[in-house]
Design a protein around this ligand. Structure first.
Ligand SMILES: Cc1ncc(COP(=O)(O)O)c(C=O)c1O
Length: 399
């Protein structure tokens, strides 16, 4: 039986990590996988997480099962974090999931059960797991233009033109903030136009918010998601605590289904719990409980917010430094967008051949499409990356 299986394509991003590990050069720089790293290249356990885990170990009375949809306190704390003070609680169904990936999976399964024929619209480019999950679930999907490689900004005209073709009931996937892989994000005015369009086309928004707090701030990064919830009758949201709480391997995530009214909310809640049951019965609780403790405790929360602010400010400073270094090294403003982008990634707009040269000649590893992890840089590697990019471009011009 097992010999009938087909080999699976290697994950392109995780493959870069393997190549990086196998590279013996001491000066190598890993800008591949999407994990936050501090200036020493380490992915720390956040202070508040450590404190909450200690407290939990000492006080947790049981590890018996929680509710099928997850601990109600977690669902409420996350609704406050993602959807803010004015959240329409009577319209919100929610379920704990294994990370943001689990939330995306459950959101798409819910959508497939509700409207089996709907098409999922995905930005081009996007996180590669989006089309993979859709394909796995047998959901038809197509791309909409998102990124202008010339300017390094969102292709507003292309996006609006493509989304004008969305059919009633279709699902439109949007990155709530910190677009992965480009780092380019819609302006507030464009978010408004997107909301208008979805309302007019009677489409459902699916917001993937995996980097809340990594862009401009915890509240600022949730603004687009909250706008869509305030304007549209139905919104699906997949949120991840992997990055902003540094809980990658603990798999804390949540899916929200914002319904048009409370009766539809009850149906969605019932279905989300049933989907959890058939997929994994109960979502992991440890990370979710840590998140709840941090969000609900004044001191832990203040410390988490302070550390998250440092993480964000560090990435913003690296963006500024890299944009300035590239400006000097290439004697052009071609890469100024790096400073305007937000989140952990930007795309440099290099060809695959140029990316491969960075890897072979300079031991600098980024994804083939020239996406790089800003947090993989530090004061020493910023000028090295800038001069390597200039070198690769200079030789491309000469050739
Ligand atoms: C855009 C996007 N969505 C969702 C996720 C899911 O993260 P996780 O399943 O680790 O919580 C990621 C992780 O890299 C991501 O980049």
């Amino acid at each position: 039986m097992l010999s009938n299986l087909k080999p699976q394509p290697a994950d392109k991003i995780l493959h870069i990590t393997q190549l990086f590990r196998a590279d013996p050069r001491a000066e190598k720089v890993d800008l591949g996988v999407g994990v936050y790293k501090d200036a020493t290249g380490h992915t720390p356990v956040m202070r508040a997480v450590r404190a909450a885990e200690k407290r939990l170990a000492e006080t947790q009375p049981t590890k018996a099962y929680t509710a099928l949809a997850g601990d109600p306190a977690y669902l409420l704390a996350m609704a406050k974090l993602v959807l803010g003070r004015d959240r329409p609680l009577d319209r919100i169904a929610a379920a704990a999931t294994p990370g943001g990936t689990g939330a995306l999976h459950q959101a798409l399964e819910l959508a497939r059960a509700a409207t089996p024929g709907a098409t999922l619209w995905i930005p081009e480019p996007t996180w590669p797991n989006h089309p993979s999950i859709a394909r796995h679930l047998g959901i038809a999907h197509r791309g909409y233009r998102y990124f202008d490689t010339e300017t390094g900004e969102v292709d507003e005209a292309g996006l609006l033109a493509d989304l004008a073709g969305v059919a009633e009931g279709d699902i439109v996937l949007l990155h709530g903030c910190c677009h992965n892989p480009t780092g380019a994000n819609p302006t507030a005015a464009l978010w408004d136009r997107i909301a208008d369009l979805l309302l007019e086309r009677k489409a459902v928004a699916l917001v993937d918010i995996a980097y809340q707090g990594f862009g401009d701030g915890i509240e600022e990064d949730a603004a687009a998601t909250r706008l869509l919830v305030s304007r549209l009758p139905e919104v699906l949201i997949a949120a991840s605590c992997s990055k902003n709480f540094g809980l990658y391997r603990d798999r804390a995530g949540i899916v929200f289904a914002v319904a048009a009214d409370s009766a539809a909310r009850d149906l969605a809640q019932d279905n989300l719990a049933a989907l959890n049951r058939v997929n994994y019965s109960f979502a992991p609780d440890h990370g979710a409980r840590i998140v709840t403790m941090i969000l609900e405790d004044k001191d832990l929360r203040a410390d988490w917010e302070a550390e998250l602010r440092d993480v964000r400010d560090g990435m913003l400073a690296l963006r500024e430094q890299l944009a300035a270094a590239l400006r000097t090294a290439t004697n052009s403003d071609r890469f100024d967008f790096v400073a305007r982008h937000r989140g952990m990634f930007s795309r440099l707009g290099l060809t695959q051949a140029e990316v491969l040269r960075l890897r072979a000649e300079f031991a600098i590893y980024m994804v083939d499409d020239s996406r790089f992890n800003v947090a993989g840089l530090n004061a020493e590697s910023v000028p090295r990356l800038a001069s390597a990019v200039a070198e690769v471009l200079r030789e491309a011009t000469v050739a």
